[in-house]
Design a protein around this ligand. Structure first.
Ligand SMILES: Cc1cc2nc3c(=O)[nH]c(=O)nc-3n(C[C@H](O)[C@H](O)[C@H](O)COP(=O)(O)OP(=O)(O)OC[C@H]3O[C@@H](n4cnc5c(N)ncnc54)[C@H](O)[C@@H]3O)c2cc1C
Length: 347
């Protein structure tokens, strides 16, 4: 088969690759290569889908804040309604975690300006299943929201295709070579050449870098799992916020008639099709039960996925803008943000 040429090859069609491909497509022919049959098969389709300004380190928070406008006004994608639906987040703290809570509050105030400190009664008013007397302080940020990840991802890929990009599934990149002017990439039975290759391979990003003869950055995939817990009919969790204990040893979020509970696990794992470790899930559910009045009788389903840079969905609009500027050799619109975004600050 003849070699296909393009201006840009993007490896991986999760939220990161789809966002970058969408930003690059107006500037030249893009080839988007995805190993799986379905582009959201790995982390992008397995997340808790939260937008939380108070989450992560300073770099993640800066990227999250810089992504907000895109999520609420995705007109550039032809979408007329916000991709965020309000939920709110509670970070709850025991009396012995008070100093840590106050430090966390001070560190997030600038980028999460609506966040406020409250007492334990406020927390129980928002999330009535919290055990009485256990948590005496909380941070409440009403701007935390659910992201409609499927709508975002589908719209990005639809635009990419409409702009004439080639999107290949079942196209696992297994060899990358330098050419005089750029790169030759082998995927399945095809060969592609382009001056610029973007590595958006998620948990496999270091492996793909090594295929190209580059040094790995040390992107360590970590497994995180979620259990879907059936609640008694008398409980309606729809208005409950995302609720996280300050040390992040569990979190929960309500949906109609059911609760998503995560042990907030972060277990180092080789890149793979991640699956739940039953013991880790059971231990996480026990921590959740100790913190709440819920007795988990039935887990209706569960899943696990890999995270390497924490929260790439809520940061994807800003990160893809920085990556596209770099790929195009243009100055980033937000150079201060670019400076803050070196890999060492993300990890
Ligand atoms: C349980 C859980 C909860 C989470 N909750 C949140 C949250 O609330 N908010 C948030 O913002 N983030 C959350 N995250 C993190 C978020 O899901 C990920 O950071 C994000 O989806 C990563 O996107 P990605 O495109 O980098 O990776 P992926 O979606 O994994 O995409 C990478 C793609 O690259 C492809 N690929 C790999 N190697 C090759 C190759 N050699 N050739 C071709 N293709 C290749 C893979 O098949 C894959 O489709 C959560 C993650 C988990 C697991």
């Amino acid at each position: 088969m003849p070699t296909a040429t393009a201006e840009f090859i993007v490896i991986g069609a999760g939220i990161a690759g789809a966002s970058v491909a969408w930003r690059l497509a107006p500037a030249g022919h893009v080839v988007l290569l995805e190993a799986e049959h379905r582009p959201g098969y790995h982390s992008t389709g397995r997340s808790a889908a939260m937008f939380d300004r108070a989450y992560g380190n300073a770099t993640i928070r800066a990227l999250t804040a810089a992504s907000y406008e895109f999520f609420v006004n995705p007109a550039a994608l032809g979408l007329d309604a916000s991709l965020l639906s309000p939920r709110g987040v509670l970070y709850v703290a025991r009396p012995d975690q008070r100093a840590q809570l106050e430090r966390h509050y001070e560190s997030i105030r600038t980028l999460a300006p609506d966040a406020r400190l409250h007492d334990g009664d406020f927390a129980r008013g928002k999330a009535p299943i919290l055990r009485e007397g256990l948590f005496d302080r909380c941070i409440w940020d009403p701007t935390c929201a659910d992201i409609d990840v499927a709508r975002l991802h589908d719209a990005l890929l639809a635009h990419v295709r409409r702009q004439g990009a080639e999107f290949a599934r079942h196209a696992q990149v297994d060899r990358i070579e330098r050419t005089g002017t750029g790169w030759r990439v082998h995927a399945a039975d095809r060969t592609y050449e382009a001056p610029v290759v973007v590595n958006a391979a998620g948990a496999w990003a270091d492996e793909v870098a090594q295929l190209a003869g580059l040094s790995p950055l040390g992107l360590q995939p970590r497994r995180r799992s979620i259990a879907v817990v059936q609640l008694p009919e008398s409980m309606d969790p729809r208005g409950w916020p995302l609720t996280i204990d300050l040390a992040e040893t569990w979190y929960f979020k309500g949906e109609a008639g059911r609760l998503l509970v995560s042990p907030a696990d972060a277990v180092d794992t080789a890149p793979c099709d991640a699956s739940v470790d039953d013991e880790v899930l059971a231990a996480g559910i026990a921590r959740f039960e100790a913190a709440t009045t819920v007795e988990v009788r039935r887990v209706t389903s569960s899943w696990a996925g890999l995270r390497s840079v924490f929260r790439d969905i809520q940061t994807a609009p800003a990160v893809s803008a920085l990556v596209a500027a770099t790929a195009l050799g243009r100055p980033a619109a937000d150079s201060a943000l670019l400076e803050q975004t070196s890999a060492s600050r993300l990890l």
